[in-house]
Design a protein around this ligand. Sequence first.
Ligand code: NAP
Length: 473
Amino acid sequence: MSEVGTNENPLRVAIVGAGPTGFYAAEHLYKHKDLVVEIDMFDRLPTPYGLVRAGVAPDHQKIKSVTKVFARTAKKPGFRFFGNVEMGRHLSLKDLQAHYHQIIYCTGAQTDRYLDIPGADLQGHHPATEFVAWYNGHPDFRDYEFDLSQESAAVIGIGNVAMDVARILCRTRDELAQTDIADYALEALANSNIKKVYILGRRGPAQAKFTTPEIKELGEMEDADIFVLPEEAQLDPLSEESLAESADRGTARKVQIIQSYADNVPTGKSRELILRFLVSPTEMFGDADGQLKSMRLVHNELYATGAGTMRPRATDRFEDIDVGLVFRSVGYRGVALPGVPFNDSWGVILNADGRVIDPDTKEPVLGQYTAGWIKRGPSGVIGTNKPDALETVRAMLEDLTGGRILDPDFPEAAAAEQLVHNRQPDYFTFADWEKLDEIEVAKGYALGRPRLKFTSVEEMLAAIGKQAAEPVL
Ligand code: NAP
């Protein structure tokens, strides 16, 4: 048999997860002119692009244009997309090992971090990740319900996801109607009764995780005013000193914008966004029916750690706020894949620079790699995953050169396709996705919207002329 990576014997790679990282990994692999590679990309959803479709806020359409680059990668020779195919359900690790020389896990972070405080199980408290997936039309979340008849809501955390959630809660029907938000979410949000949205940061303005454009955008809402308490907008002496020393202009600009909101007065808009700092929820209270009614906050002070960061410490000052709907937006978390070593406390696949590591021997596991949020945790913007995927691809190519690759029993592309066909006859090819995409865009165009999303797998199957069949295991 000729060398792996040649026309006669292409390098066969399985990428699990069709989000940005999966596409960046594929792009990096295709850059090597001397390497003949065949890539099969799997996703449990029929649609590609991961969080670009199901996470990026619908009112941030420009960010979604990155998919044009991914679609070009999908046209490269030897690339195949198998959507609606889930590892652990339709395909096992053994199956992948029997068909590929290398496997890359790019499954992102599919769940969220919990907030363990009394009352957290009350009705009305939800992970922000579920709300985001719901308004973006993710098929697994379309039937979720959020009680938008409440007058007051709160978002816990001040990262960019919290900004997205707060903005979407405050957008008008007209603003939402210009986006690709799921149609049921548009209807529910347009009829929402929410008048007040708190956004709760446990540290101060200088430590906020949101980025400058996002905080600026909150001050430019059509029908919502933003307020910051003057005493919370002021930096504490430690933060002031550390900001001056760091000469971090980005953070200084963010702080300046936050402080400008402390001068705001009501302008008659229907909704209020109240951005709070140095407060942590300590307890949620409900009524006899288990419905959330209010939340207790403790005021924090900051202290410097030896590592140069500022941590919050609770004081003995408390306050209660009335809220009937709360979204915790305190970070995403990765989910383990069957048979793949996982670091449970960090919520990531156990790895060193992208090589999956055996927990016992601490040595790389042959042929298995990871990239993106499931490798490093949920940080950075979409583009951050490009260098991250490059690091992994470099490790893969080093291992290929060193002969440290799997020796699959069935290395032919046709064998993998047959396997998928047997296990999940309702798989989606990239051409199927292109057909769906075209229909969604055309339906959206008719309404003056970027697209009208299909939000159930059955609808998607019907749109491309397939009928749902039970998987054969
Ligand atoms: P994030 O940026 O890590 O923010 C998490 C927030 O939760 C922080 O404010 C954090 O506070 C807070 N938090 C954590 N534990 C808490 C607790 N126990 N109590 C109260 N607050 C707590 O995460 P994210 O917002 O989920 O975003 C994930 C990644 O996606 C980020 O890199 C983000 O920039 C990116 N993203 C980007 C965009 C965009 O570019 N427009 C949009 C959405 C998401 P501390 O700082 O004190 O820990």
